[in-house]
Design a protein around this ligand. Structure first.
Ligand code: ADP
Ligand code: MG
Length: 425
């Protein structure tokens, strides 16, 4: 996959209308609808400001949550939740849509920018068309939730064409919603068939740093894998095993690998149906001459709960009634040693159940090793990013990928429809 894509710096947007796909899928308070974390809105500001300063008229759009685009979809989902179809009205459906309106996003965006944000009442309907047509250079219009259109998630060309038409004849499409580039939707991929398509500043950074790590990394390239399950990460492990020089495995997935090596893992997380895969990967690493490191000691406890002080045992002495919940201090030393001399480190997946303070030590120590390594350090994955932030190491990393699912598919080396559709450099 080619990660070398044109960006907003490579096109002239002055006096043009730009359709800008953002990721404004922000968390909201269920009752009040208040935005509880505006990080994603803030992250979009540099691209928006750049476009406005260049004299573009900006038509921004995003999805928010999972609205039911039709009444029939609404009824189906509610019935699955146990409600009776006869009791549901169109008014109920409209009320559910209102909760996922972009209005609070428009307001917060306006506050952050310190300038007016015009909100359209629809996505590609008459109000959006009229407001887009009247939009002047330096002005910002926000469309309603793209998933209000039933063709959006189906990548319906009619929706893509209508979105593109809002930007007019010499319009430009800018994609800056990294969190959705793994989805081929009308506003994330399809629209690029109808307008010249380039990346915004957020995607530019993701492609530059992660793209380089996957195609031309500074070596040695060390991959650190963890998290809950082997099955979630098969694609990532397989791809990074090809590309990296060493691969370190911690977290819940490590116990399946340890079991595959013949250790007794007690009540630790085991995916019996992945033992063969784990064995294959161990053999493959040996054949390719790559270093694959597994934990040599582990924190154990009799239940999935926090404790006062963790108890550590070697991996050949895991008691039958205990589960492994973190890597131990000897493993930390082993992993830190491998990370110390690295040129590039890609990290996906916490080393333990970091949500419980007693079992956050391994994750913290690995974060510190990355921070002190001097290597290009990249963190991918939703929980990994949260862990690094929670433990106070966010500023010390070269790059924390913003898209959870998208960054995993990136690390798997999969073709990302929202990136593939952009113009090559
Ligand atoms: P990411 O979102 O970064 O890709 P994952 O979703 O794969 O990461 O994994 C994160 C989860 O893995 C965390 O909630 C963490 O508690 C869990 N986890 C880590 N180690 C263990 C373990 N030893 N046993 C059970 N769960 C674990
Ligand atoms: Mg996760």
């Amino acid at each position: 996959m080619n990660y070398n894509k044109r960006t907003i710096r490579d096109v002239d947007v002055s006096g043009k209308k730009v359709l800008l796909r953002c990721d404004f899928n922000v968390p909201q308070d269920k009752k009040t609808g208040e935005i509880t974390d505006d990080k994603r809105i803030r992250a979009a500001l540099p691209t928006i400001r750049y476009l406005l300063e260049q004299g573009a008229a900006v038509i921004a759009c995003s999805h928010l949550g999972k609205p039911d685009a039709t009444f029939a979809d609404f009824v189906k989902k509610q019935v699955e939740k146990g409600r009776k179809a006869e009791e549901l009205t169109e008014a109920d459906w409209r009320k559910s849509l209102k909760k996922l309106s972009m209005a609070p996003v428009a307001q917060r965006l306006g506050e952050l920018l310190g300038s007016e944000v015009i909100l359209a009442e629809d996505v590609i309907g008459p109000d959006a068309q009229a407001k887009a047509a009247a939009l002047m250079p330096g002005q910002l219009l926000l469309l309603e939730n793209t998933r209000f259109e039933k063709g959006e998630t189906k990548n319906d060309p009619a929706v893509s064409r209508a979105l593109a038409a809002l930007a007019g004849e010499d319009g430009v499409y800018v994609s800056d919603a990294f969190g959705t580039v793994h989805r081929a939707h009308a506003s994330t991929a399809g629209v690029a068939a109808f307008l010249p398509a380039v990346s915004g500043l957020l995607i530019e950074k993701e492609l530059e740093i992660m793209g380089k790590a996957l195609t031309d990394p500074a070596r040695p390239f060390v991959a650190v894998m963890g998290g809950a399950k082997v099955s979630d990460k098969i694609g990532v492990i397989s791809n990074l095993l090809e590309k990296a020089d060493s691969i370190l495995i911690g977290g819940g997935m490590a116990y399946t690998f340890l079991k595959a090596q013949g250790f007794e893992i007690g009540a630790s997380l085991l995916e019996a149906d992945r033992l063969d895969y784990a064995r294959e990967m161990l053999e493959k690493a040996a054949k390719l001459g790559k270093r694959m490191l597994l934990p040599v000691d582990t924190a154990v406890h009799t239940a999935f709960e926090n404790v006062e002080t963790p108890r550590y045992v070697d991996v050949d002495a895991i008691p039958a009634d205990c589960m492994g919940l973190d890597i131990g201090p000897k493993t930390v030393e082993l992993f830190a040693e491998a990370i110390r001399g690295a040129g590039t480190v890609v990290w996906n997946g916490p080393m333990g159940v970091f949500e419980m303070p007693a079992f956050a030590e391994g994750t913290k120590a690995v974060a510190r090793a990355l921070a002190e390594s001097g290597a290009v350090t990249i963190v991918g994955g939703g929980d990994s990013a949260a862990a690094v932030e929670q433990l106070g190491f966010a500023e010390k990393m070269t790059h924390i990928s913003t898209g959870g699912g998208a960054s995993l598919e990136f690390l798997e080396g999969k073709e990302l429809p929202g990136v593939a559709c952009l113009l090559d450099k």
